[in-house]
Design a binder for this molecule. Sequence first.
Ligand SMILES: [Zn+2]
Length: 226
Amino acid sequence: MNLTYTTVRSAKRKKLTITVERDSSILVLAPESATDEAIDRVVQSKRQWLFEKLQNAPKYQGTHAPGKEVVSGESALYLGREYRITLTDAPDARVVFDRAFVIPKGDRLQTRQAFRDWYQAQAQEVILPRVQRLSLELGVDLAEAVIVDDRLRWGSCTAKNNVRLNWRLIKAPMSVIDYVIVHELAHLIEGNHTPAFWNIVRAKVPGAEKSKAWLKEHGQILEEEI
Ligand SMILES: [Zn+2]
């Protein structure tokens, strides 16, 4: 199979980065000085990884899901369950959660922003301590865990042993959050999706397959504004 890719060169870039975009195109970000041959060598050396990525890429329609409308009577996900949304007139109210969402009325943007802020704060509070705990249990050398806003991935890890987790994970059940955390932490031990990698993940998260299925089914959450 042939690999086609788009190259974007930039003077600021020091390293070559290859990404698979959500429309399954391959994008190569390269330093200004990189020659076509050098770039192609690197891309070809990543063939296996790229094909695996392309095969596993979720099928997106290309349109942007609008996400939830924040209106009374609508419901929203939190830790895998749907809760009703009620709007309140109370002045400078904040989002309150008590087995239902109570959200300050405002214009559409304000309401959505308040809701998004709440989700992000919740992600920090719930997910980050969980990462610390699971990294200790797995005995991995974690540098830092951060919550990020990413439209492509639930989680990722860097060469410097940092783990990045999407705030939208807070919408998923705790078992799914654990799976994504353990998946990224296991990459600090084993970089590729080898049998050894999956052994680490499955030993820690027995419901890994179920969690993977949940993420696949709810992948569009990644596209949503809130
Ligand atoms: Zn992985």
